[in-house]
Design a binder for this molecule. Sequence first.
Ligand SMILES: C[S@@+](CC[C@H](N)C(=O)[O-])C[C@H]1O[C@@H](n2cnc3c(N)ncnc32)[C@H](O)[C@@H]1O
Length: 261
Amino acid sequence: MQAPSLDWSIGGYETIAALLLPAAETVVAAAGLKRGDRVVDIGCGTGNAALLAARQGAEVIGVDPALRLIEVAAERAAREGVQASFRQGEAASLPIPDASMDVAISVFGIIFAGDAAAAIAEIDRVLTAPARIVLSAWLPRGAVFEMNAAAAAAVRAAVGAPPPPAFNWNDRDELTRLLQPYGFTLSTEEHELAFTATSARDFLEEQSRDHPLAVAGLGLLAKFGRAERVRSDLLDILEKGNEDATAFRATSRYIVAVAHR
Ligand SMILES: C[S@@+](CC[C@H](N)C(=O)[O-])C[C@H]1O[C@@H](n2cnc3c(N)ncnc32)[C@H](O)[C@@H]1O
């Protein structure tokens, strides 16, 4: 099992999950679920997509490495009277028996798997013969993407780490090469999601306080005395990319990939 590099339990991911809810709705709609479909939500976080799928009558298991987040997801399900179960695990090591799921969904979750090939092999193991995979992945453009890329580069520069060997989950050809050997046929669609706040500064404040990647990254940069400089660079990126003259709005684009077999 490849250990996840960051525990997303830190910070206040709930705030970020609320911003991503429209993407969960898009992914679940694209999955075309039927009552009784057995669905695994990989990287389920606080359960946005898992709960939507369960409300459509699917039998859902949400899997995430972050223990606090799956506890939040389970509490949400109980509070909202929705049947879904949540288990700790990660994409390349799913706590699920062989050939027991009809659909795998992932809303910006599997994109954090360290080894894409291992994750897809594992998904293949838990899926039945006719099956579908529906996932979302950010496209590399827009102010929020640029902010995250700059922050990640600053962290790597501080600790002297090389760029990570990334699989491009947003690239149709790369996804096709990954999925074809398992008998999947792929289609992709582009969607957009607007991040809004009262100002670019407020958006940065919210992200710095709540987004687990930002909390971890800025904490590390602070140890190198670089956090304030990087925050100022990030604010500059957000202000330049701001689409709203009186507040803050930045549109991010993402793909939803639907694979059938
Ligand atoms: C951007 S959040 C998305 C969460 C949720 N799907 C949503 O829409 O709110 C990314 C999630 O992926 C999870 N994650 C990170 N590494 C993972 C891995 N190797 N396998 C599965 N999930 C992972 C994180 O713990 C986090 O909950």
